[in-house]
Design a protein around this ligand. Structure first.
Ligand code: SF4
Length: 193
């Protein structure tokens, strides 16, 4: 029986691999900052409002809405919890949320959604060819197509993270050093400053 990687780690890994590494190797270190708390509260409020809406928002008026879905797969080595899944026949589509107004979908959101799609296919035996990213401030859903390339990238990322944690080998830092400015792990990355 293998340990399962939470899908949310893929998003963090794409942001900076070291953030995931530190979180595993130094558990309990990461503080819940005010920004994170405010974000979580906004997420919860929107989740409640969103539950009253229909699948029309996603162009799927006939789809069944299934809320708070927990998924685990030993085969993929992944686990995840989705606020919402839309299902129609033998197809299912994950819905994820973002707190940003920025249009366009960053790679880390695509990766996370694709990993949820892989989980749905593996655990439910459905086809998941796309997912939806709902922007809370814009009140708008955008589509992410699960191309072969994106699926493969999600699988590769899972393998990379697992290897890094199991071998306790420090991964490279993010190449976007602007992300380091307010990072709570900055004091551990002495090699790059
Ligand atoms: S300081 Fe920079 S490289 Fe180090 S964990 Fe934070 S974001 Fe990553």
């Amino acid at each position: 029986m293998t340990w399962l990687l939470p899908v949310t780690d893929l998003k963090q890994w794409d942001y900076c691999p070291r953030v995931v590494f530190y979180a595993y190797l130094m558990p309990g270190l990461r503080p819940l900052t005010f920004k994170m708390e405010a974000g979580l509260a906004a997420h919860e409020r929107e989740e409640k409002r969103e539950k009253r809406r229909s699948g029309r928002l996603y162009g799927l008026p006939a789809a069944e809405r299934i809320e708070d879905v927990a998924l685990q797969s030993q085969r993929l080595g992944l686990s995840g919890r989705l606020d919402l899944v839309l299902r129609q026949g033998d197809q299912a589509w994950p819905v994820d949320y973002k707190l940003s107004r920025r249009t366009g979908i960053a790679t880390h959101f695509k990766l996370q959604l694709a990993a949820y799609g892989l989980l749905l296919e593996d655990v439910w035996g459905v086809t998941s060819d796309r997912g939806y990213l709902y922007s809370i401030p814009n009140r708008r859903a955008e589509i992410v197509r699960f191309t072969t390339r994106l699926r493969n990238k999600a699988k590769r990322t899972v393998a990379e993270i697992r290897d890094c944690i199991e071998s306790e080998r420090m991964p490279p830092p993010t190449s976007k050093r602007g992300r380091c400015v307010n990072c709570e792990f900055r004091r551990f990355c002495n090699d790059i400053f």
